[in-house]
Design a protein. Structure first.
Length: 229
């Protein structure tokens, strides 16, 4: 089944803007900056380390999203977002798989953790992580709302941290793909929580198990996770 024209236009506009807006914002900063050398990896991108980072980013990103959403609702502010990804995934699974699991992770990570991050490193590793995460999350604020802005900002911190520690781009792409599987495709199987079982699974996995695991991992590995300025 083909996408309707309005949906095609919306997806194309969001994708183009997600890449063009950050470039426009950072161009004055990046102009004249040279790409940093890769250097020696602090940690190897093993299955164990990538799994650990995935659990940490998944827990804290959902906590950030949930906290901001609750605050906005308490303040009676509009938290409306664009069409739910779960609905698009159910209607056009193949197109969304190509977009979210292949095209977007590769292009996004090449842009933000490759082109942008590698040049911002001259300002310091921590600043590069923060700024690349901020530029990465700005399009989400524009198209998806404040809740997903903070969600994506946490993800951007995770991806930038991973790039700084491993000195490689492919682990960031893997983490990006895993996030899409976890937060979009698996969630699409549960949404819109029409049964008690689906709601229970959502609460247990997304609200309790993964966030608690993330907190425990950070506490246990707090010394290993420290990064130099």
């Amino acid at each position: 089944m083909l996408l309707h024209v309005p949906e095609i236009v919306e997806l194309v506009v969001q994708v183009i803007a997600s890449y063009s807006i950050p470039l426009i914002l950072v161009f004055p900063i990046l102009r004249g900056m040279t790409k940093a050398q890769s250097g020696t990896p602090v940690v190897e991108p093993s299955v164990q380390n990538i799994t650990k980072m995935f659990l940490i980013q998944s827990g804290f990103s959902v906590m950030a999203l949930s906290a901001v959403t609750i605050i906005l609702r308490v303040l009676n502010l509009d938290v409306a977002q664009t069409q739910n990804d779960s609905e698009l995934i159910k209607q056009y699974p193949l197109i969304m798989m190509v977009l979210l699991l292949v095209f977007s992770p590769i292009v996004v990570e090449f842009l933000f953790r490759g082109v942008i991050f590698d040049r911002l490193v001259v300002l310091g590793t921590k600043k590069a992580i923060l700024l690349s995460a901020l530029f990465y999350s700005i399009p989400f604020l524009i198209f998806k709302g404040p809740s997903l802005f903070f969600y994506s900002f946490v993800l951007g911190l995770s991806f930038g941290y991973t790039k700084a520690r491993t000195k490689k781009l492919w682990p960031c792409i893997v983490l990006n793909v895993l996030d899409s599987i976890y937060y979009r495709f698996l969630l699409a199987l549960l949404y819109p929580f029409e049964t008690t079982l689906s709601l229970m699974i959502f609460v247990f996995v997304y609200i309790l198990a993964i966030p608690i695991t993330a907190i425990v991992l950070v506490i246990v590995n707090r010394r290993k996770l420290v990064i130099s300025p």
